[in-house]
Ligand binder design. Structure first.
Ligand code: 5GP
Length: 210
């Protein structure tokens, strides 16, 4: 009898704004077709260049709240107390069942919720080479006022406090290395006994079970 197909790995990637997690995600997805990105829903307005269904699914507050009531989200939250952000549940479940890995790029509080709801999720934190580098990157964006940079730096420090709750950390200094490291994490996670239905028959013969 053929063993069940292994479920994919649910990977949550977070890190302070300015750390370059979006770039790490993009490069990871380009190199690994079995890794699928979960597109979040949000009530915030699209920024120039953002596309519906690619960057986010853009919703009104009413639409979003109807989705909450229908249980459509794996997790959701009111980030910055202004806008809802949430992970649509159906796509995540479909991809995992199909054996694909799924990548969630969400904030630290959302990550903690996912960990509670899906204990086998793998939490990866993207760390800057130093807090000084992070501050320089935030200033370097040039799109924000000094006050906004100060606020984001404070938020970055607050987010870093949750680092001990994560399973892995990668330093985003050289992009290639950071992506290699996420791939290594995924490979190791796929070898975990709990993700190995291919070993079921082997265990049965040995008189044990998974
Ligand atoms: P932005 O508005 O800059 O695109 O995102 C703001 C914050 O919301 C980021 O920290 C981002 O990671 C987070 N975020 C995006 N999608 C989700 C989601 O589905 N759930 C949660 N909890 N946070 C999200």
């Amino acid at each position: 009898m053929k063993a069940d197909k292994a479920k994919g790995v649910l990977i949550v990637l977070s890190g302070p704004s300015g750390v370059g997690k979006g770039t790490v995600c993009k490069a990871l997805l380009a190199r690994n077709p079995q890794v699928k990105l979960s597109v979040s829903a949000t009530t915030r307005a699209p920024r120039p260049g953002e596309m519906e269904g690619v960057s986010y699914f853009f919703k009104t507050r009413d639409e979003f709240e109807r989705m909450i009531a229908a249980g459509d989200f794996l997790e959701y939250m009111d980030v910055f107390g202004m806008n809802y952000y949430g992970t649509p549940r159906a796509y995540v479940e479909q991809q995992l069942a199909a054996g694909n890995d799924i990548l969630l790029e969400i904030d630290v509080k959302g990550a903690m919720n996912v960990k509670r709801l899906c204990p086998d999720a793998v939490l990866v934190f993207v760390v800057p080479p130093s807090m000084d580098t992070l501050k320089k990157r935030l200033v370097g964006r040039g799109t924000e006022t000094e006050e906004a940079v100060e606020r984001r730096t404070r938020e970055a420090f607050a987010e870093m406090k949750l680092l001990p709750e994560y399973d892995y950390a990668i330093v985003n200094d050289v992009l290639e290395t950071a992506v290699d490291e996420v791939e290594t994490i995924i490979k190791a996670e796929r070898l975990r006994i709990c993700r190995r239905p291919d070993l079921t028959n082997f265990c049965k013969e040995a008189g044990t079970e998974l």
